[in-house]
Design a protein around this ligand. Structure first.
Ligand code: NDP
Length: 417
């Protein structure tokens, strides 16, 4: 099966390693903006895999560039592990060239000052009640196009969204008649030794965590100021950490796809040093996305900051400790209340030894491969646009165990108040 992978950053590096371990992928083309990164990875992995590896340069913001590549390579499926800014262009190219589409993050506009985008965004903020720059409406709008083309688009197969959504489908299938509350807890107990760095693309990461928080309750969104809700939790394998409520994209799809759910919250752990730096950068305007004039040049503050910060891909060798990401569910089974916690613990150094990246890239890249393999094998099939929780979770859960992200079910978890 021919697979085109777009992007060659931290997440892509892991996804490509894992695709090379899965014999379903017989030909893999690695395409990105900087082809030298693709070449280096292909050279490293070629001796380890039976898949035929090729590389290409592509500008994923350009439909022309994408369709030229896809027409030449003729992929069965395209895995988009570039940036959320490119989701719609890559979906359009898949439709034009008859390829299935898979990604790990929903569409986000790069230019949030664009008046046409802003008009749609402001209408959505009013109608839906959350102000995040990213949401599923743009990609769900492709439903009829993918249906008509007889193609599958699988959205959000990273860890969160992705594994957390599959955990939800698995809990519903095997442990509950109705799920009422979902708390998604994302803990990174890793230490890279820098005063401040982000674990994945700094621009995407900082835009996400500096935004308002929100959660879903009784059929509507409740929005909070950034980092306004804080809890402490004792994470298996990591220990006690402060965690903060964030808006997160899987809340939107789970609210749509999980019947009877009453509340969905997402918490992520942050250390004091990270928060202090982020607040300071926010206060001085360094997280701005609007270009400013500086000595005759236009610069976008957050892009300039990205150039100064450590490349997330370079953190792998220095990061020690573990991540623990999972979901606590409460609900009803056979008329009785119950709660369970499904989680994965992942060790940064083990990830580094296997793939040369830290656990945040690893925990995203492994499920990116799994979702792609399920679409490629036809185990997950259907024409249209789907979120991962809409499919049978069992084969995905088996592959998590087989490909490096084993999970645990705790039937007596400590709940978050
Ligand atoms: P990186 O910045 O490390 O990598 C992005 C890659 O995309 C780079 O290789 C970059 O090229 C390439 N790229 C960017 N723009 C273009 C373009 N216009 N044309 C072609 N290639 C382009 O990001 P990450 O690997 O950290 O993240 C990848 C994706 O994973 C993001 O969408 C992120 O939101 C998502 N993610 C999802 C998570 C989840 O759990 N669901 C968690 C973490 C991340 P170059 O090398 O030239 O810069």
């Amino acid at each position: 099966m021919k697979l085109l992978i777009i992007g060659c950053g931290g997440v892509a590096t892991v996804a490509i390693h894992k695709c090379c371990q899965n014999p379903i992928f017989t030909e893999i083309c690695i395409a990105s903006r900087t082809v030298s990164k693709c070449d280096a990875l292909a050279a490293k992995l070629a001796p380890t895999t039976s898949a035929r590896l090729t590389t290409a340069t592509v500008d994923a913001d350009s439909l022309e560039s994408l369709t030229a590549l896809m027409k030449a390579f003729q992929p069965h499926t395209v895995l988009n592990v570039a940036l959320p800014y490119q989701d719609l262009t890559i979906m359009d190219a898949c439709l034009a060239c008859g390829a299935n589409y898979v990604d790990t993050a929903n569409y986000e506009a790069e230019d949030t000052d664009d008046p046409a985008w802003r008009a749609v965004y402001e209408k959505r903020c009013k109608e839906k009640g959350f102000t995040a720059y990213f949401d599923y409406s743009w990609q769900w709008a492709y439903q009829e196009k993918f249906k008509a083309a007889g193609l599958t688009a699988l959205l959000g197969t990273g860890f969160d969204p992705g594994v957390t959504s599959v955990f939800t489908a698995y809990a519903l299938k095997h442990y509950f008649d109705e799920i009422h509350n979902i708390d998604i807890l994302d803990c990174n107990g890793g230490d890279h030794g820098y005063p401040f760095a982000t674990n994945f693309n700094p621009e995407i990461n900082l835009r996400e965590v500096s935004a308002n928080g929100s959660y879903w309750e009784n059929g509507h969104w409740v929005e909070t100021k950034p980092m306004a809700i804080k809890r402490e939790y004792d994470f298996a394998g990591v220990g006690k950490k402060d965690m903060y409520l964030l808006h997160h994209e899987e809340i939107e799809s789970l609210a749509k796809n999980i019947p009877h759910v009453k509340r969905i919250r997402f918490f992520m752990t942050f250390g004091q040093s990270y928060l202090m730096h982020m607040n300071c950068l926010q206060n001085v305007g360094m997280l701005g996305t609007t270009p400013v004039e500086f000595e005759g040049h236009e610069i976008v503050p957050i892009k300039f900051l990205k150039a100064l910060l450590p490349d997330p891909a370079s953190l792998g060798s220095r990061t020690v400790g573990k991540t623990n990401i999972g979901c606590i569910f409460t609900g009803i089974k056979d008329g009785k209340e119950r709660s369970i916690y499904i989680y994965n613990i992942c060790d940064h150094q083990e990830c580094y030894r296997e793939t040369g990246t830290q656990a945040v890239s690893y925990t995203t890249g492994v499920p990116a491969m799994i979702g792609t393999a399920l679409v490629a094998s036809g185990k997950w099939s259907g024409a249209g646009v789907f979120n991962v929780e809409e499919f049978d979770p069992d084969p995905y859960m088996e592959m998590l165990n087989a490909y490096g992200l084993p999970w645990i079910v705790d039937e007596h978890p400590v709940l978050v108040d």
